[in-house]
Design a protein around this ligand. Sequence first.
Ligand code: TNX
Length: 527
Amino acid sequence: MASASRHALIPKPALVHEEEGAFTLTPTTTLTAPPAFTRATTWLRGALGPATGCWLPPTGSDITFTQSPDLAREAYRLVVHGSGVLIESADPAGAFYAAQTLRQLFASPVYRTAVVGDGPWQIPAVTIEDAPRFGWRGLLIDVGRHFLPKADLLRYIDLMAMHKLNVLHLHLTDDQGWRIEIKQYPRLTEVGAWRDRTMIGNPLRPHFTHDARPHGGYYTQDDLRELVAYAADRYITVVPEIDIPGHSQAAIAAYPHLGVNGSTLPVQTTWGVCESILNAEDSTVEFYENVFDEVLELFPSPYICVGGDECQKTQWRTDPRTQELIRDRGLKNEDELQSWFIRHFDTYLSKHGRRLLGWEEILEGGLAEGATVASWSGMEAAVTASKLGHNVVTCPMAHTYLDFPESDHPDEPSAIGTPLPLEKIYAFEPIPEGLTEQQAAHVLGAQACLWTEHIDNIRNLDYQAFPRLSAFSETVWATPERDFTDFTARLDGHLPRLDAIGVEYRPAGGPRPWQTRPDRHQADPTT
Ligand code: TNX
């Protein structure tokens, strides 16, 4: 434990044993590895080279990667001694995580992108044995509410990899924006990716207003192929989300025939849950099958998220044609219609060898056979679904929503949710109480969520994400015991790494003075 604190390793490895001596990296240090581990070694060379000038030529074996089939999936053993480094893992992902840990053993300037000092680049002799607790170590980024430029998303993939996270849940569509190019339906991005203005502040508070700035953006299919490949090189799976049948107003704005009464709607400019919902015509289902055909081609992920959350069913309830469809299909009510929708895509996805992921509301009218459930309002849906034998991912908002403010300090920039301090996210336990061992095995893992209604730029994204994401990484990677004092001691050594990268995390002392709430500024009094 003491040496884990000394090396400030985050997430904390399962076992750290300090040895006598130290290893020094020099420009002549060599590296050898089996071809299967090339991704990890390519990454390591690119991670150590720029700041140290040591590029690890393959002409010797000072640093040796070997394949040890006895180790578990994603596990590694890392031994540093005076004359070299030995890394063992069964699979390439384990080798990659060992490489991440190895980088953390160096002083924090190793995270810079050019040589700013001469070293020496010395690391202490140590033996580390490590393996993840969960297979789903996720982060959701909502690029629908505010578009995040591709370069920033690539940077987040690197930050996730640094923390040994392995699932990027990309929330690509919502009422306020459609962010993925679909060749067959160009208006989804021509129209759906842009809005005229944006609500500032929380709709539940008395003083909200609008800015007067258009907002938008989208990823081309080549951008997405690049993101997926960049993530795969870092053992991160990108799980795309196309939200249906609610949260679809941007799509309806682009193609009004998808909506319930065919009337023209703008891309939504306010926050909160919209009334608009897709109609349940066969033609709409076919439209989305065509969309998903392109999505599947871009994203090799075994899981595809179809949303299913926060569907206001008023329009379905009051629309005669929808009521007729409900009767024709032998359904009882609107909840069953939603399940009919989701079941259709469950069948579609399993036909294509994929699995459906949906938010907990997909439980409402009966759960589709192959569905995995993301439990977000709390842990109840995780309990229900795992008792039904379905896999679940837990992301209860009170414990994992990084758009929630860190404190109730008036200068916190976020404007949604209740405070989620560092200590609370660090204490998060991904497995709900009251499950048998067999039911608990359905918990694939957990994810933190960066919803972006109130996060319109990368500086605020950094501020909301860190260091809470560092704490979260430990809840999904490390063994279940938690020691917040030990964590904060390691965090003291971890923050300089984030500084070296240029991450504008929230300092422990409180909000950065220039990051006051956006609704204090930019308000256009005429709207
Ligand atoms: C709930 S979580 C939502 C999101 C919001 C978020 C804000 C979920 C499935 N729906 O649409 O962005 O709260 O915290």
